[in-house]
Design a protein around this ligand. Sequence first.
Ligand code: ZN
Length: 321
Amino acid sequence: MGLLRFTMDLFEGLGSEFAPPAPAPARPRRSKKKPVPPVAPPPAVVAPAAGLPDPDAPPAVPLADTLTLANFAHPQATREVVLGSARVAYEFKRGKRKTIGFLVGADGLSVRAPRWVALRDVDAAIHEKSDWILRKLTETQQRHARVEATRIEWKDGAGFPFLGEQIVMRLDPKHGFASVGGTLDPAQGDAPRVLRLAVSQNAEPSQIRDAAQAWLMRQARKLFIERLDHFAPLLGVRWEKLSLSNAATRWGSASADGSIRLNWRLIHFRLPVIDYVVAHELAHLRVMDHSHRFWETVESVVPDYDVLRQQLKDETVPRWN
Ligand SMILES: [Zn+2]
């Protein structure tokens, strides 16, 4: 096989905060065509550097009634400022740079300034950028709250989403699961379906988690194969091998030899979203880039791919730890 091309698909929405610590490194492959460059989600948002501060700008507002203020505190904060109705405690560092820089990350606001700029002028620059800073801080906080709300508790009676539907775990060691390790009860009315795991009632959370993960990965493999077999003939391609991945920033990838990698955590999402990712990777067996022709190929089997693609970006992967 002379021409072997490899495409990585880095989808936004899998932030490092709820991802396993070390993302699998991209495996370099011999290639004659240029590979599609990976587009990793940025770790933090950086504001355009502020110009020289306006010396007439008002100084930081003194702390008056902090009880009514929204609070954004960076763990390494050394200074704080009131912006509108928010108190913002920020990390402040001076360095060899020419402009004042702002960065909003998971921890909060960091401000970097040249050594020679007066603190009063730093405050003025922060006020000048206050709309941007508050918007980013609010977005980051909301995102964090959404992710926290999805944290899975590994105990009897707790649940997690499976194919977009909330299911509940029951620890049921007496059930004769043999090799399967768990079974999902059929739906009964509006009550959430019950996943019976062959784990003892006093099992450690990590044992419950491992049993649930093993079950989910089996379901993922079974479903992914079914969906690959559904879409491959429609696209006129052949897939050869499926691997399940757990990568931090990747939902899937495809290589020209017909190998497909899919992230098993997709099994948390609704089937149409999974189908979009499956069709996306199979479409790469025909078009190995993200060109207009590629998206037309995806659209031929998933007409509403654009909506589903956006939904995938908006999805929150449940927190496992
Ligand atoms: Zn792709």
